[in-house]
Design a protein around this ligand. Structure first.
Ligand SMILES: NC(=O)c1ccc[n+]([C@@H]2O[C@H](COP(=O)([O-])OP(=O)(O)OC[C@H]3O[C@@H](n4cnc5c(N)ncnc54)[C@H](O)[C@@H]3O)[C@@H](O)[C@H]2O)c1
Length: 459
């Protein structure tokens, strides 16, 4: 069986390399010639642990190739995976389906032998049926081309492991033959008892967006409680631990902080609301609007705290540690950290950014900041330090270690990875998201007199 992968970004490049690792011959296609050139040389154009090795191995063995030619792909492949982007449409919440539609049409026009197209992109419910009509109208009459949907659950930073050993596989199919084909593709995982859900198109599409909506809700849920503990006191981490011990709730995704970002969760919950509205079901997904707002307010809170700690942001020097939306990734799409850096800059701060992997992507989007290649260079002349991505390098920070690199003793922990009391005892002023600032033990003022930060947009 020959496998092609259309779109070789975070999802597609990972899928292509992992399919080669499973023993298949694989041909990846992208419309970006530079990306194809780089991948063909075995060079991964983004950061993903473990993937460069896999890519090099299989490019070298000849099992994995890349092209920009739909003609080549259509004539060569038996199973065509589609992993192109579905970003948020400019100025709206809905998903931009132009890439999926264009890829499907190009593929259908160029397929010259019976084949199965398998969608992996995250799409609005109803897409597969719509694409089925597109394929029917564009394919050659003498070939049979079926469609299936197989949502992808990989996490950036763990993409290889998640692809080779997923926690579940979901396939939306219309025929037992297509199910069999996909069982063959995923035979190794299925042999290791990975659960397989075989369902219809609509359910398969919904599984992905429902999972992301749930995860976003968990993060915003704890962050809504952060807004309470920031005013009345209490420990948000202990609260999360205590409710997380209830097996029905679970502790994961209950970390209070600056909230979620990246190329998936924010746009997926907005696209889901937009799709529900199209279906006349706006109220069903309206709660996601609230989750989105809670999430975005966390970014404002980080800016408010910075203003309070410095008195004024104007002419201040701020070091941002971590700008990728999560550790072990260079992805800065809808990154809360980058958004915060931009807001601080708009209020007159000079921002210096250090991220172990995300600097290049961030500097393309926000060239107004200084980007440096070491933590030391970022913090050395800072008035305030913000830790915004939980890279191991930042988790390992100690008050003494950081004090040796900078004069300032002011730090904001946007991810709750530093032990507040330890830092305060070492003479630092530390503000953590989800915690009162100034901390309870630092003030005897009655509650009404204590600092309540605005939750409105940064002035
Ligand atoms: N990144 C993740 O962790 C992840 C996880 C699960 C699902 N997804 C979903 O997978 C999809 C892709 O996400 P991504 O992060 O890999 O995006 P990406 O932007 O990194 O990659 C998309 C790629 O598709 C290419 N492309 C666009 N139009 C094309 C066309 N007509 N033909 C061929 N190639 C084309 C682009 O050049 C780009 O290289 C999205 O729907 C996303 O929601 C992503």
């Amino acid at each position: 069986m020959r496998i092609t992968v259309i779109g070789t970004g975070y999802l597609g490049a990972t899928h292509a390399a992992c399919m080669a690792e499973l023993g298949f011959e694989v041909l990846g296609l992208d419309i970006d010639p530079l990306r194809v050139e780089s991948l063909s040389e075995g060079l991964l154009p983004f950061h993903e642990p473990g993937l460069p090795e896999l890519l090099r191995k299989h490019v070298k063995s000849g099992r994995l190739r890349f092209t920009t030619s739909y003609e080549e792909v259509g004539a060569w492949g038996d199973v065509h995976f589609i992993g192109v982007g579905t970003p948020q449409r400019a100025g709206e919440g809905a998903a931009d389906m132009t890439f999926v539609d264009a890829a499907t049409i190009s593929l259908a026009r160029n397929i010259t032998k019976n084949a199965l197209i398998v969608g992996k992109s995250t799409v609005p419910v109803g897409t597969t049926r719509r694409l089925k009509a597109l394929v029917r109208d564009n394919k050659r009459p003498d070939v049979s081309v079926n469609l299936a949907w197989n949502p992808e659950f990989l996490r950036e930073g763990f993409a290889v492991v998640d692809t080779l050993t997923p926690d579940r596989l979901v396939i939306g199919v219309e025929s037992p033959e297509d199910e069999l084909t996909l069982r063959e593709v995923y035979a190794r995982a299925l042999g290791r008892d990975v659960p397989l859900i075989v369902t219809d198109f609509e359910t398969a599409e919904l599984v992905k967006v429902a999972a992301n909506a749930f995860l976003a809700t968990k993060i915003s849920f704890i962050n809504a409680f952060s807004e309470i503990t920031e005013v009345i006191g209490g420990d948000i981490g202990t609260l999360a631990d205590a409710i997380g011990l209830d097996a029905r709730i679970g502790r994961r995704f209950l970390n209070a902080g600056i909230g979620f970002g990246g190329g998936c969760l924010p746009k997926d919950i907005r696209a889901l609301q937009a799709r529900a509205a199209e279906l006349g079901l706006e109220r069903s997904m309206r709660f996601l609007d609230e989750m989105d707002e809670i999430n975005l307010r966390r970014r404002e809170r980080a800016v408010d705290l910075s203003r309070v700690m410095l008195g004024s942001l104007s002419h201040s020097k701020i070091a941002i540690l971590g700008v990728a939306f999560k550790p072990n990734s260079d992805d800065v799409r809808d990154s809360p950290a980058l958004d915060i850096a931009n807001s601080l800059f708009e209020e007159g701060a000079e921002v210096t950014v250090y991220d172990p992997a995300g600097n290049v992507n961030a500097s393309k989007r926000s060239p107004q900041h200084h980007y440096v290649t070491s933590m030391e260079d970022a913090v050395k002349s800072a008035d305030l330090i913000l830790v915004l991505t939980e890279w191991d390098e930042f988790k390992a920070l100690t008050p003494e270690g950081l004090a040796a690199q900078t004069e300032t003793r002011k730090i904001i922990d946007g991810r709750n990875i530093l032990q507040t009391r330890v830092w305060e005892d070492s003479g630092w002023s530390l503000a953590a998201l989800g915690h009162r600032y100034p901390p309870e033990h630092a003030t005897e003022e009655p509650l009404g007199e204590q600092l309540q930060l605005s939750s409105g947009p940064a002035a």
